[in-house]
Design a binder for this molecule. Structure first.
Ligand SMILES: NC(=O)c1ccc[n+]([C@@H]2O[C@H](COP(=O)([O-])OP(=O)(O)OC[C@H]3O[C@@H](n4cnc5c(N)ncnc54)[C@H](O)[C@@H]3O)[C@@H](O)[C@H]2O)c1
Ligand SMILES: Nc1ncnc2c1ncn2[C@@H]1O[C@H](COP(=O)(O)O)[C@@H](O)[C@H]1O
Ligand SMILES: N[C@@H](CCC(=O)O)C(=O)O
Ligand SMILES: O=P(O)(O)OP(=O)(O)O
Length: 562
């Protein structure tokens, strides 16, 4: 029996467009004699639909679209489509309105529904807000085969693999006990660095442990802050990868279930990325492309300072949207160095993007004049420094408004973590492209890009000079922050490894620096809450999965031993 994976890139809420994508892959499947086609979790509406699900008319429209799709599908093809189903018991107190389900479509009809049993509710996942868990093992008979159906998180509870049990039920063990021939998993699993390795290792363990071939179908595409990497794959009973779809792009691939061997045959296996930098680059390019296109923009703009952050964002945007759709705006102030202008121009020439030069000296003088009396007798300080950033932010938003271009924010994760950025200034923008990329990774991505393209896409001078906001003469970032290698290590331990200050100090960091970073991290929460959505590439980004209080003094507690 031939089975196909439809690794589609749905647009959230575009029900007819998503159905059309499924239909097109169904027609391709039918032309290749496929018997069963798999699509991702919630493929009819795209994942995550969030509070669109609270609207009954949205749910009704999904139902109508699904019935129409069932009628349009080619004959002799069964298709599994992700949808929601109303919970008929929902009138009972405490029960929710919906199930996160899979519909089996065949012979012009919806034949059966399967409900997701394990509902993720951590990090960016919030499924208990909408869904009630399914209570039964899910499987169906297709020709002579029993096919077990699981939905994303249903397979993330392999107790032996994790060394702990996260949920009381284990859908894969239930299906193993029922003796199904094959398990399919329909997922919408967001990208984080190294996640594919984890998925494959986890499902390899499950395949071997339960002696079940598994076909894993993932969504692809950018959805606000989330990037879905695709890379759907299948494993035979020995846990060997027998096929893998491409990463960060829609794909269609088939795999043969051999009824004699009761196992999957070897098919097409797309390669994995060799370098993390390459993988992250591809993720960010897709994240920008899909955010811009799905929000119906065509062009973007950004401030080009001659620094490394804006250089990387410009390069990502150019790869995502094409050089004719990226506009770099240079806004030198009296404090800008000569090289900041020449470096920005060299970068623009290397990417072959358009530039505009808008000097801000006169605007700064005009602001100073207006504030002269009010500020008389005070020292030049943060207020004056930030004016430059805010003048630039205003000019960029004026261009955005006038021409309908989306402004890209350029702050990296290290800066966003410690609040080294100006509200309503360089934090302006609709999408924060590298907000989850620490500064040390910004450099490694640029270096990877140059070596991958075998030319200086990012001019060498941008990579070797000291990072500087140039908000006053001779200023460099390291006047106010620890060296980025140290800052990033401390932040990684705090944010990703959940280490206490005491553990970080034991690891060799200076107590005063650790204290300061803790305070800066906590104090900058108000800024992050007002920031543009940032593309998520790590397991802990400052986005929908980060829910910190603003009015809090927790970080000050190190000295009493917590
Ligand atoms: N703009 C740039 O390009 C850039 C680059 C690198 C570093 N920096 C650095 O970033 C810093 C920016 O200065 P900043 O952070 O003082 O200016 P800011 O204006 O970004 O933030 C301070 C302002 O935020 C508000 N605020 C403070 N606490 C708040 C809270 N809990 N809730 C809500 N609002 C609150 C207040 O209005 C306060 O004046 C400076 O250290 C600057 O050197 C800026
Ligand atoms: N001189 C500048 N021209 C254009 N855009 C600029 C300039 N200086 C800063 N910017 C923008 O602001 C962010 C943050 O700057 P830092 O150097 O990190 O302070 C930068 O990426 C540009 O987009
Ligand atoms: N743990 C899964 C959950 C996804 C889901 O159920 O949507 C993941 O991160 O991919
Ligand atoms: O934000 P940029 O581009 O100015 O980078 P840097 O902060 O390294 O100068």
């Amino acid at each position: 029996m031939k089975i196909a994976i439809a690794q589609i890139n749905p647009i959230i809420g575009d029900l007819s467009g998503n159905a059309q994508k499924i239909l097109e892959m169904s027609q391709q499947a039918a032309s290749e004699n496929v018997r069963l086609l798999l699509t991702p979790e919630l493929s009819i509406c795209g994942y995550p639909p969030r509070d669109l699900l609270v609207n009954p008319s949205f749910v009704e429209a999904m139902d109508k679209t699904l019935h129409k799709l069932a009628k349009d599908l080619p004959a002799n093809l069964a298709v599994l489509v992700g949808t929601v189903v109303k919970n008929s018991q929902a009138h009972i107190t405490g029960e929710k309105n919906l199930f996160n389900s899979i519909a089996l479509l065949e012979n012009g009809k919806i034949q059966q529904f399967f409900h997701k049993r394990l509902l993720p509710n951590y990090d960016v996942f919030d499924e208990k807000r909408y869904f009630e868990p399914g209570l039964q093992a899910n499987y169906f008979k297709l020709d002579d085969f029993n096919i077990g159906v699981t939905i994303c998180e249903d397979l993330w509870n392999d107790e032996e693999f994790w060394g702990k049990r996260s949920y009381a039920v284990n859908p894969i063990a239930d299906l193993g006990n029922l003796g199904v021939d094959l398990i399919v998993n329909l997922s919408a699993s967001p990208y984080t660095v190294g996640k594919q390795h984890l998925r494959e290792a986890m499902l390899k363990h499950s395949a071997v442990n339960f002696q079940q071939p598994i076909i894993y179908t993932n969504q692809v595409g950018g959805d606000d802050d989330l990037i879905f990497d695709g890379r759907s794959f299948a494993l035979n009973k020995q846990g060997e990868i027998v096929c893998r779809a491409k990463g960060f792009i829609s794909d269609f691939l088939t795999v043969e279930f051999n009824s004699n061997k009761q196992d999957l045959e070897l098919g097409h296996v797309s390669p994995v990325y060799e370098y993390e930098d390459e993988e992250i680059w591809n993720a960010l390019v897709l994240g920008v492309k899909d955010y811009v296109e799905k929000c119906r923009f065509s062009k973007v703009l950004l401030g080009l300072s001659g620094g490394v952050d804006s250089a990387l964002v410009a390069a990502i945007a150019t790869a995502a949207l094409g050089k004719e759709n990226v506009i770099g705006v240079l806004m030198p102030s009296p404090y800008s160095s000569e090289h900041s202008i020449s470096d920005a121009l060299a970068l623009a020439a290397s990417l072959d993007i358009q530039t505009q030069i808008l000097p801000i000296g006169e605007l700064m003088q005009s602001f100073d004049k207006s504030l002269y009396e009010l500020f008389a007798g005070t020292e030049f300080g943060i207020a004056e420094e930030n004016l430059q950033s805010r003048i630039r932010g205003n000019l960029l938003m004026a261009i955005s408004n006038k021409f309908g271009y989306l402004l890209l924010s350029t702050g990296n994760k290290s800066e966003v973590a410690v609040g080294y950025c100006t509200l309503y200034g360089d934090m302006n923008g609709g999408l924060s492209v590298i907000a989850d990329v620490p500064k040390t990774r910004v450099y490694s991505l640029c270096k990877w890009l140059n070596s991958h393209q075998q030319k200086e896409v990012i001019p060498e001078n941008i990579l070797t000079k000291a990072p500087s906001a140039e908000l006053k003469p001779g200023q460099v970032d390291q006047d106010s922050l620890p060296p980025y290698e140290i800052l990033d290590d401390i932040l990684d331990r705090l944010i990703h490894q959940h280490q206490s200050a005491a553990e970080i100090i034991t690891a060799g960091h200076e107590p005063a620096i650790v204290d300061r970073v803790l305070q800066l991290l906590s104090r900058a929460e108000f800024k992050r809450r007002q920031a543009a959505p940032g593309l998520k590439i790590t397991d802990r980004a400052f986005g929908t999965g980060w829910r910190m209080p603003i009015a809090s003094s927790w970080s000050a507690l190190r000295n009493i031993g917590v």
